[in-house]
Design a protein around this ligand. Structure first.
Ligand SMILES: Cc1cc2nc3c(=O)[nH]c(=O)nc-3n(C[C@H](O)[C@H](O)[C@H](O)COP(=O)(O)O)c2cc1C
Length: 192
């Protein structure tokens, strides 16, 4: 198969869209972020990459905490708006119903089905970017999405959460169907 070189494009996909929340000068502010990744499950580690000039970045630097809120597709225009305007000029805290995390007082969004309360562990400055590596200290899930198995609450099905997916073609997408189970689909290739 022939390949075409596109140059230095970080074409890793899909990109999850999240709203990062921080308290800036004592007020909640939210910004749209695609550069968010899981760095480990136990311990629960995440990273976000923010431009050093963002209003949100100032708040995280000031407080050492932030939230990651995962909007559903019905919040698309509000999420995109949070990626267009800065909290320096617009009060984005009034766009949502907010609540404070129990452990860090980071501002979270009630309307988002999933919210993660995060405490910064390390900050790495790379060119004009600040990479915040953080531990997740609590995970808030809207009750209508919580499932239970054997009397224990479990992580909700992704398709029910209906997250917004972004890609480097500058388009938003919605998630598709589940097609298999982790640590099981590959078993058929194991030699018996
Ligand atoms: C689809 C999309 C994805 C974005 N992802 C990021 C990102 O990963 N990191 C970042 O620093 N800015 C990202 N931005 C830009 C910020 O959301 C935008 O500059 C915002 O206005 C900053 O707000 P603030 O100054 O209130 O923090 C993204 C914007 C859009 C529309």
């Amino acid at each position: 198969m022939s390949k075409v070189k596109l140059g230095a494009v970080p074409l890793v996909y899909p990109i999850p869209i999240v709203l990062v929340g921080a308290s800036v000068d004592g007020k909640p502010n939210f910004t749209e972020v695609g550069d968010c990744a899981v760095m480990g499950i136990k311990p629960a580690l995440v990273t976000i990459s923010l431009s050093a000039s963002h209003h949100t970045t100032k708040g995280i630097d000031e407080t050492g905490v932030f939230s990651i809120n995962i909007p559903s597709t019905n919040m698309l225009s509000l999420a995109d708006y949070c990626g267009i305007v800065s909290g320096r000029n617009v009060d984005k805290g009034t766009l949502f119903t907010t609540f404070l995390g129990d452990q860090t007082a980071a501002p979270l969004i009630q309307e988002c089905p999933v919210g993660l309360e995060c405490r910064v562990l390390e900050v790495v400055q790379v060119k004009h970017r600040r990479l915040f590596i953080a531990e997740v200290v609590e995970c808030y899930v809207s009750s209508q999405f919580v499932e239970s198995a054997n009397g224990k609450e479990t992580v909700p099905h992704l398709s029910k959460l209906d997250p917004i997916i972004y890609a480097l073609d500058n388009r938003y997408y919605r998630i598709g169907d589940a097609i298999g189970t982790g640590y099981q689909e590959g078993m058929s290739h194991k030699e018996s």
